[in-house]
Design a protein around this ligand. Sequence first.
Ligand code: HEM
Length: 455
Amino acid sequence: MQTEYLQGGILRGHGRDHVRLLFFIFPGGGKAPKVLLSKLARWVTSASSQEEQRRTYRASGNNTDSLFVNLFLTSQGYARLGCLGFGERVRGAAQTARNGKFFHGGMAAAFSLDELSDRLVDWEDPYQPVTQARVGDPHLVGSPFDGMLLLARDREADLELECCTLRRLIEASGGQCLLEEAGKVMRQGPGAHPVEHFGYVDGVSNPELLPTAATLNRNSWDPSAPLEQVLVRDPFVPEEFGTLLVYRKLEQNVQLFRDLVASAVTATGLSPALIGAQMVGRFPDGTPTVRSSIPLGKALPDDTFTYQEDPTGTACPFFAHTRKVNPRLDGGTAEAERRRRRIVRRGITYGERETGLTDAPTGGVGLLFMAFMANIDEQFAFIQKRWANDASFLKAPTNIDPLIGQVLNLATGAYDPRSFSLRGSSFSWQSAVTMRGGEYFFAPSIPFLHNPLAG
Ligand code: HEM
């Protein structure tokens, strides 16, 4: 694998504080989509140039800022480029038919909605599926988008200008920009670790694709993961690599989360800090509850723990978000299989908040969840459906994931509140996270982007 031909951001996060996601469709007719793609390709940051930028940034004492760009395509995007047979080619690279079904149908297809218990009625308009007259089939219902550009920078004003330039490039070629999302890293202080809207540090644990000797020699949790867990052969340039991207806009109702914590406090007599930490698996500062019953205030959150330290689920309940989505060493013989499910998270928060997160918005803020993986079905969808949404995982009766678990009541079409229990007292809880729209993308290799005509 040559890193100059792999898109950046996959092996290592881009690390910028501001992001714009530009969702677009190609111009119609002949070679126009391919011509536009190769123009956009010139903007894309490779993994090797990302490393170069990182070195310059460090050498300058973190004083330089540079633009970072990714380009992702939907299944429709490939069809519009005339690159058919994507699924068959991906399957050839040891992928499964179900993975192809997720990618091809898109996130709004009945198959994906059913698997994940997603409700289309909650989705914002631009994400709603459209009939695909554009790809020549008026009966096919699919993604409204052909592709997405991710632009990232520390200086927001510069990012805005570059975003305008790319918009103009797309529109001048006859394409259309349908939607722009803005993401921004939130911190509780300068240089502090990023937090999500409920106030917990996020983006701590990830599979390490480029592990250092220090991580490999640890005798506790081993975060390393083989490259095959994320990279797959580019279906149209088989000697190079790409990856699948799962994107979900997850709105967070901060007021509801706080109300739920308050009512659990009344029911259990436990402190609000402990209730929240038991739902998440970590305190707001990142201290894992298996390691301490109070926040330890470490600048670098601990990522060395495993759940072998808490086999009874006393310190960290089996339903806690982090335990459901990555049950580190909870599995005995199933461990190898569970490690294989891990995904590389590269999400970013969206929406404005007051300093110190003192306000409590009921909407308009949340997480632009983005995760890279080699197989949607066996990784993201498995985690969401078989772990987070399954009340009997890790063991019955565990309950669903209180942050992202969703089980549709077929009779009412709504999500039921659940009864959770801590230290013998029960309380009602419902998710304060609503899925507002999303899509499956592929991050093609750079040679494909430059020369799709060869595909
Ligand atoms: C708004 C929605 C979400 C919120 C507020 C949230 C919050 C958090 C927080 C606070 C952590 C602990 C910090 C860290 O390890 O980075 C975490 C970890 C994690 N989350 Fe989420 N998350 C959300 C959605 C999701 C979704 C949709 C998935 C996947 C289906 C997911 C998968 C993970 C994973 C794999 C970890 C790392 C667990 C570990 O290795 O210990 N999260 N999340």
